[in-house]
Ligand binder design. Structure first.
Ligand SMILES: [Zn+2]
Ligand SMILES: [Zn+2]
Length: 277
């Protein structure tokens, strides 16, 4: 009879020492009080316990696999998962009750999903006019991502006093990074310039942000004088003779031939726009 009990206890012991000890106590009690006919029912319970335990192990393994997949995804979007990876390791290294371990793994997964849901890209824009060629303004749009995650499929539109011909597209602006885009802008309407951006998060969720800027396009930026002495043109490096018309930058005092200043469209020394209209 004792080998019968030992076999069953050994079977359970592979999965749970606690449970094995409890089965042993119950069966020894039954044997002591002579209730042998109740032993097969306990043996059946042992089998059921083991079957359920195996299912739970499968369930736990599946959840751990899913959680690890989620951790990999989270890492790809630049999310710091170290805290959660540590939590998972602790749960797995100390499993007393498998159902409880399954619940804990589920809790970690939910925590990660909730905090990922809160991550957002956030783009800020600024605009710098670099010069004017014919009717078009050369500009640089600076796009900075101050959000928690990368911004994808970015579409920019400039409207107002200056406008884009068609939306400017950028594949990705990484978090913490900035992209500088060269664009040509056309004269539009109004006194202000608005830069609007539409972009997506890693999961395709859409975001928008906009920035209004005021740029003094009407400012002339230079004045014209009659040249008095022999000097050099800042654009062509050629000599300007006394008596010729010269363009002088209002900001830095750089000197140009009149046609050179027209061609440059701006001061090549300091970037001030020359508005000849
Ligand atoms: Zn010149
Ligand atoms: Zn200048």
């Amino acid at each position: 009879m004792s080998s019968y009990v030992n076999n069953l206890v050994e079977k359970v012991g592979k999965y749970s020492k606690d449970k094995a000890q409890k089965f042993r106590e119950r069966m020894e009690e039954l044997i002591q009080s002579g209730k042998y006919e109740e032993l097969p029912a306990v043996a059946k319970e042992v089998d059921e316990f083991i079957a359920e335990y195996k299912l739970n192990v499968q369930d736990l393994n599946r959840r751990v696999r899913e959680l690890k997949g989620l951790l990999v995804e989270a890492t790809k979007i630049g999310y710091d998962i170290r805290e959660y990876a540590k939590e998972l390791k602790e749960v797995l290294s100390n499993i007393k009750d498998i159902r409880e371990a399954i619940k804990k793994v589920g809790d970690i997964e939910e925590k990660i999903r909730k905090s990922i849901e809160k991550l957002e890209p956030r783009l800020l824009f600024s605009l710098d006019i670099k010069g004017k060629v014919d009717n078009r303004y050369q500009a640089k749009i600076n796009v900075r991502n101050e959000g928690d995650v990368d911004a994808f499929n970015v579409k920019l539109v400039v409207n107002g006093e200056l406008k884009t011909e068609k939306p400017v597209e950028i594949n990705v602006v990484k978090k913490g990074n900035e992209e500088i885009i060269d664009v040509f802008l056309l004269p539009g309407k109004g006194e202000e310039i608005e830069i609007k951006g539409e972009y997506e998060r890693f999961d395709g969720k859409k975001y928008r942000s906009a920035e209004r800027v005021k740029i003094e396009l009407k400012k002339k930026g230079f004045h014209v004088e009659k040249n008095k002495s022999k000097i050099k043109c800042s654009f062509c490096r050629g000599t300007i003779l006394p008596g010729m018309d010269i363009v002088i930058c209002d900001n830095c005092g750089a000197v140009y031939h009149l046609p050179c200043a027209r061609r440059a469209g701006k001061c090549v020394k300091c970037g001030t726009l020359f508005n000849f209209e």
